[in-house]
Design a protein around this ligand. Structure first.
Ligand code: AMP
Length: 319
């Protein structure tokens, strides 16, 4: 049959109801790709019912709102999941109730779920992939779609800083900027943080510990989270901070949850860390991953595995 992009458009044309999901604990790219795609479908196929579902994150309210729909809507629907590598991470498990399922993602394709699997790990973000798809297939973008997709790209590239930013990313972002939306306002919304989290950043800088190879860790215990009145989602503002320290090569932020388990946010400037994440109930990109630890001992085990990854990296690249 025709190429994969054409098959996706054919599927969109075929179904009257289209429901779009993305991953739990969404970031700007999850929401930008999900809501950007919704906007594109609404603009180009106004006769269709299009919904974006999943748990709302208040901090990212400027990216848009979720729809609330009944189970019946799924019966004759096409479901598209963006930015989500594996099915347990899809927000709202009803994604499996549709007639047809499409995966659109840029993470390593660890679980190729769905009837059409459209994965490209060479793009910076799911938002970049969806913009490319729309442009290749001659679909019109609204100003709002451009705003959402631009926000997703800025979010996942750390404002065009991370290595996944390519010349193509910049071309696509430049194209999105030709639409009429307030990019300065959006950039501000993406980068500013509440005062309590700014204060918690101070705690991170004060308490981060690193070994001689630049492998760093910081614990955000329940007590600390309470003291700073921080919630788990807000730690998104902190994850990149250690990367600004010249001697730090790879790091983990261990966020204790109300049940005493830890959400582990891993980042790296070189050593590949997604294999570490996969061994601990997680996954993600080679340089940006997430994992889960049942207790402090598992957190320390993860830290040791990061140390090992850093040693191997240093030996291989003689850095
Ligand atoms: P985060 O620290 O939540 O921003 O996650 C960084 C990257 O790792 C994102 O691309 C996530 O999709 C991925 N990730 C985070 N947690 C998990 C998990 N438990 N399982 C699989 N991938 C994850």
């Amino acid at each position: 049959m025709n190429n994969i992009e054409e098959r996706i458009i054919q599927a969109i044309k075929k179904y009257d109801t289209i429901i779009i999901h993305r991953h739990m604990r969404p970031d700007p790219d999850a929401l930008g790709s999900q809501l950007g795609l919704k906007e594109i479908i609404r603009t180009n196929f106004p006769e269709k019912e299009v919904y974006a579902v999943g748990k709302t994150v208040e901090d990212l309210g400027y990216m848009g709102k979720m729809d609330e729909i009944t189970d019946e809507k799924y019966h004759e629907a096409l479901v598209i999941v963006t930015d989500t590598a594996n099915t347990p991470r899809v927000s709202d498990e009803r994604f499996a109730l549709g007639k047809m399922l499409i995966k659109i993602d840029h993470h390593p394709n660890d679980e190729p779920y769905g009837d059409i699997v459209y994965v490209d790990t060479n793009v910076s973000s799911a938002s970049e992939l969806i913009t490319r798809l729309a442009c290749q297939m001659g679909l019109a973008l609204s100003n709002e779609a451009a705003r959402l997709l631009y926000g997703g790209i800025v979010g996942d590239t750390g404002r065009f800083l991370y290595p996944a930013t390519t010349a193509e990313t910049l071309k696509i972002a430049a194209h999105l900027r030709t639409y009429d939306f307030d990019a300065s306002k959006l950039n501000r919304q993406l980068s500013q943080m509440p005062l309590n989290i700014a204060r918690l950043s101070g705690y991170v800088y004060q308490n981060i510990e690193a070994d001689e190879n630049g492998v760093a860790k910081v614990y955000l215990t329940k007590e600390i989270m309470e003291k700073y009145k921080a919630d788990d989602a807000q730690t998104a503002h902190l994850v990149a901070l250690p990367g600004g320290i010249d001697s730090i090569l790879t790091w983990g932020i261990f966020v204790e949850q109300p049940n005493g388990k830890f959400r582990v946010r891993l980042r790296s400037k070189g050593p590949l860390i997604n294999e570490v994440a996969k061994r601990h109930d997680g996954g993600g990109h080679p340089l940006a991953s997430g994992a889960n630890a049942k207790d402090l001992a598992e957190c320390e085990q993860i830290y040791q595995e990061l140390q090992q990854a850093a040693k191997e990296y240093k030996n291989e690249y003689e850095v």
